[in-house]
Write a protein that binds this ligand. Structure first.
Ligand code: MRU
Length: 351
């Protein structure tokens, strides 16, 4: 993989603090924000400074380091007790992306072995979570790209790239790998109302890494599929239930219904940290409802008629039966079922 196709990192540990590329301002400006307090990171997650399920988890892991540093300075050996409020604030930041809770659980599991100052050990754990995510993305990139045949046209939704992860991306990682390996002919990206992650973030990443991209309004996707220009829809996920139902950015479900109707294949790319075996099916996944103002306005300008109300679910659930493949770092689950998801997570074979 040429490094020119993977140059962006949105989350990093710099100068003893957490640095986040402010994704609200992209692509107009590239502002790096510096954080030294966990509650400020929780607010940044809520406000979409950092977004995308794996990136939220990684930012929260680094925030635990910030919380532990302050708790240890305040309370010494009693830091584990002192840190609880910050852990709760982080867990409350956004409800759907399970990677957030997964990362907090993993950081908490590291507490037990620590004696004395916790900062070095927790920073090592946060860095491991970050590095493992990039490795998982590269592996999923290979596995997902191998599924593409015949110089595919691909359609993606939201932003699932370096900005949404530790680096490289999930669905966008497959697109990066597929492009470099000559398996992709054309990349289409939905603009992704209301936050425009496709138009602002995915387009910015791809242009910057020299991968041509064509944007379309979300409502143009069915017509694109009927035109025969795309063979695969490739998306990420915020949480996958034990039966293979997938929560992802609002609009994903419509794409899956349209894809099945038009004979277009549907691929979900997500690390196993996105799989929640405690949730039996998609109906039980908590779906974040965001401020109606995000729909009623655009770029801070009111666009809807005064008096209109708005419904603004940030995610929807795509049933497993509409999914052709779930690509994880542990392998590919074709036509997911509860038995196949369980076999993947337990490391057993399931034909
Ligand atoms: O609201 P967002 O921008 O955090 O939503 C992001 C998505 O829905 C992504 O598709 C998902 O987190 C997977 S990112 C690798």
């Amino acid at each position: 993989m040429s490094s020119s196709h993977d140059t962006i990192r949105a989350v990093s540990w710099q100068n003893d603090g957490l640095q986040l590329l402010d994704q609200r301002a992209l692509p107009a400006s590239e502002n790096q924000l510096h954080y030294t307090e966990a509650t400020a990171v929780a607010q940044a997650i809520r406000d979409m400074v950092v977004r995308g399920a794996p990136a939220i988890g990684i930012a929260a892991a680094y925030a635990v380091v910030l919380a532990a540093r302050q708790a240890y300075a305040r309370a010494g050996a009693n830091w584990r007790h002192e840190i609880e409020m910050d852990l709760q604030a982080l867990a409350a930041a956004r409800p759907t992306a399970v990677n957030l809770f997964w990362a907090l659980r993993r950081m908490r599991a590291a507490f037990d072995a620590i004696q004395g100052d916790p900062v070095a050990a927790l920073l090592a754990e946060a860095r491991a979570i970050h590095d493992e995510d990039i490795q998982a993305n590269r592996r999923m990139g290979e596995l997902g790209a191998a599924l593409l045949t015949d110089m595919a046209g691909v359609l993606t939704h939201c932003n699932t790239g370096s900005l949404a992860t530790g680096g490289y991306g999930t669905a966008l990682g497959v697109i990066r790998s597929g492009w470099v390996n000559g398996r992709i002919r054309a990349v289409y990206a939905d603009e992704t109302r209301p936050w425009l992650q496709g138009a602002r973030l995915t387009a910015w990443e791809l242009v910057r890494d020299d991968i041509p991209v064509t944007l379309l309004a979300d409502s143009a996707a069915a017509q694109l599929m009927r035109s025969g220009r795309v063979q695969w829809v490739i998306v990420g996920s915020d949480r996958i239930a034990a039966n293979g139902d997938v929560a992802n950015k609002i609009g994903t479900y419509s794409l899956a219904v349209n894809a099945r109707h038009h004979g277009v294949r549907f691929m979900v790319v997500a690390p196993t940290s996105t799989i929640d075996m405690q949730i039996t099916c998609g109906a039980d996944i908590p779906i974040e409802n965001r401020d109606p103002a995000e729909v009623l306005s655009l770029g801070g300008q009111r666009i809807a008629a005064i008096g209109a109300e708005a419904w603004n679910p940030a995610f929807d659930v795509t049933p497993a039966e509409l999914i052709d493949a779930i690509v994880t770092e542990r392998g590919v689950v074709e036509r997911p079922t509860a038995a196949k998801m369980s076999a993947l997570m337990n490391g057993t074979d399931c034909a």
